[in-house]
Design a protein around this ligand. Structure first.
Ligand code: AMP
Length: 410
């Protein structure tokens, strides 16, 4: 292992957020000052299971600490990654100032929509949802249990990716399957809720009139989904029962005829694990191109499959955009967010050109700058780039839940 380390600025009481994904744990530290949250440091352990590396940065981007391990060092799983984050917090004396930990949790099921203070009953309920999200929920729970074991008195708050989408119309939530399966929880939950919630809060600040209107948000990152909102509430969304549905993603397939699965099971003898690997890890931009899951690599490639993968991505986004507009009766604003949505003007321009039939147009210079409104003044629908911040959303919820529970908050 190689490592460097220095201290973050000392800013009083802290909230720690943890976002445990399939191969990474992201964290952020916010200092609490007069009810406001100020980012102090953020970072991640990524490459869990392959070549783990730890990076912590100050709010201004300065590197505070960095560590690398040998590829596939024995036993380096999520628990080890979390210990590394905690080790750094102890080393920098930040651990003593943490008043609560907020977690991104993939699934809240029927019972949990709003963020909740975690106790053994909540943990048990969330563990019962593992069959619904087998690749995400176990990692979220591992982080919760690790903190509970080491620091049983530290309040922990679960914030759900499904929560924002709860309460949608039944026609949006159900599949056309026998009713008994709906009653067993086989329904279209929707994900990326913390991101959408943050975007709605930002839109209320930036353009309050639009926040009450008909809005489609395109969260285009390594995971991709879109949501149709009316009055700041989710009406329809492209991800559904699992994080596979809807748009094609870096390695996930997006909407797929279920007959394809039946065919592969029958003709090729594929089992659950084979299908899971195919749909989650070998499809999407990676599967289409045979080159990479990262749009930047595909744009840099001259291979025809790279261009074809990008064409497919743009085409499906346009198709889902049209369908989402139909669910909210038109469009007042289109918002781009997440890694691709925030950073790739070409992709935004192509999506918007295909959506000219909706009255969408963008200003080339504003699109190149990529911040705030990127459509010409007065154009309806307007088009926006709004950076998402799921960690800040988790920290806000955590502070609110801890405060409401009467626990000590600075
Ligand atoms: P996220 O999951 O939101 O962190 O987004 C990560 C993804 O954003 C990466 O896998 C890239 O495909 C994509 N991305 C980030 N920056 C750019 C960029 N400048 N151009 C195109 N894609 C980008």
């Amino acid at each position: 292992m190689t490592a460097t380390s220095q201290q973050p600025a000392d800013l009083g009481a802290l909230i720690l957020t943890l976002n445990a994904g399939s191969s990474s744990i992201k964290f952020a530290l916010y200092s609490v000052a007069d009810g406001d949250l100020v980012l102090t440091a953020k970072g991640q352990v990524e490459g869990i299971g392959t070549a783990p590396r730890f990076l912590a940065k100050a709010a201004d981007g300065t590197r505070l600490a960095e560590s690398y391990w040998e590829p596939v060092e024995a036993g380096f799983g999520h628990a080890r990654a979390l210990r590394q984050i905690w080790h750094w917090l102890v080393e920098t004396a930040a651990d003593e100032r943490i008043i609560a930990v907020g977690h991104r949790v993939a699934h809240g099921g029927e019972r949990y929509a709003d963020p909740v203070l975690i106790d053994p009953k909540v943990t048990e309920d969330l563990a019962a949802l593992i069959p619904l999200v087998p690749l995400h929920q176990p990692n979220n729970l591992a982080a919760i249990r690790a903190v509970a074991t080491d620091l049983p008195d530290l309040p922990q708050v679960a914030c759900f990716d499904t929560g924002f989408h709860r309460g949608r119309p039944l026609v949006s939530e159900q599949f056309a399957l026998p009713r008994a399966l709906l009653d067993r929880g086989l329904k279209r939950y929707g994900f990326h809720g913390l991101s959408y919630e943050f975007i709605v809060a930002q839109l209320r600040e930036l353009a309050p009139d639009l926040a009450t209107g008909r809005v489609v948000v395109a969260h285009l990152g390594s995971g991709c989904s879109m949501s149709a909102l009316r009055d700041g509430r989710s009406i329809e969304t492209t991800m559904s029962f699992s994080a596979l549905d809807g748009l094609p993603m870096g390695t996930r397939c997006g909407t797929l005829d279920p007959g394809v699965l039946l065919y592969l099971m029958r003709e090729d003898g594929l089992g659950v694990n084979d299908l899971e690997r195919l749909l989650y890890q070998e499809s999407g931009l990676l599967g289409l191109s045979g080159i990479s899951n990262d749009l930047r690599d595909l744009k840099a490639s001259t291979a025809p499959t790279a261009a074809a993968a990008i064409d497919y991505f743009i085409y499906r986004i346009g198709q889902h955009l049209g369908a989402l507009c139909a669910t909210i009766g038109g469009l007042d604003a289109l918002i781009f967010t997440a890694g691709i949505g925030e950073n790739d003007p070409d992709t935004r321009a192509r999506i918007c050109a295909n959506a000219a039939w909706l009255g969408i147009a963008i200003d080339a210079a504003a699109n190149a700058r990529g911040d705030g409104c990127i459509s010409p003044p007065g154009q309806t629908p307007s088009v926006w780039v709004i950076p998402t911040d799921e960690e800040r959303m988790i920290a806000r919820h955590t502070l609110a839940v801890v405060g409401a529970a009467g626990l000590p908050a600075a």
